[in-house]
Design a protein around this ligand. Structure first.
Ligand code: ADP
Length: 174
């Protein structure tokens, strides 16, 4: 495993890192899953900054990322990225999912973020197959880290056991 990549199981909102990534929706309105947990725990600052982004640009496109501060969360920033809804795989889902990881890491670098935690984007209600999602996520993060020296820690956070076991298997293989 790359020494900058870590895996943990648990609730991403509890992490004391520079940034956590949110699996958001296009309108940046807190929904269910990890998005709901982040908006609830982070409070008003996050929803207000999301509302300002919405007023300015309409929200966030699928595969892109925007940034807010972390409100009451222990992290400094939340990077909101919008994963693709799984439609069977022929609607560009993989490229969009890869783009979520890549855009989030670029935004992190631009904000001098050294440590960043990702949830398993799109693998909840958006229905992306978990193993394919894990492979794309790991590959994209590794590719980015190969060309970057500013980000020091990338943490994959799995909430459910199935995702955790998949990531563990894939990362242990290296
Ligand atoms: P999406 O709409 O992108 O599928 P979800 O929030 O439904 O987003 O699910 C994405 C992943 O986030 C799922 O694997 C889910 O188990 C996980 N998840 C849900 N709550 C949390 C949390 N508090 N911390 C970390 N991961 C979480």
């Amino acid at each position: 495993m790359s020494d900058k990549i870590e895996l943990m199981r648990g609730d991403i909102t509890t992490l004391n890192v520079d940034a956590i990534v949110n699996a958001a929706n296009n309108r940046l309105i807190g929904g269910g899953g990890v998005d709901g947990a982040i908006h609830r725990a982070g409070g008003e600052q996050i929803s207000q900054e999301c509302a300002a982004i919405r007023r300015e640009s309409g929200g966030c496109k699928t595969g892109e990322a925007v940034i807010t501060r972390g409100g009451f969360l222990p992290c400094k920033y939340v990077i909101h990225t919008v994963g693709p809804v799984w439609h069977g795989g022929s609607k560009g889902e993989e490229a969009l999912l890869r783009s979520c990881y890549n855009s989030s890491l670029h935004l992190a670098k631009d904000h001098n973020i050294k440590s960043i935690a990702f949830p398993n984007i799109s693998t909840g209600v958006y229905g992306y197959p978990k193993e394919e999602a894990a492979k794309a996520a790991i590959e994209e993060v590794k590719r980015f880290l190969q060309g970057d020296t500013s980000i020091e820690r990338v943490i994959f956070v799995s909430f459910d056991e199935e995702n955790y076991d998949l990531y563990k298997k894939l990362l242990d293989k290296e």
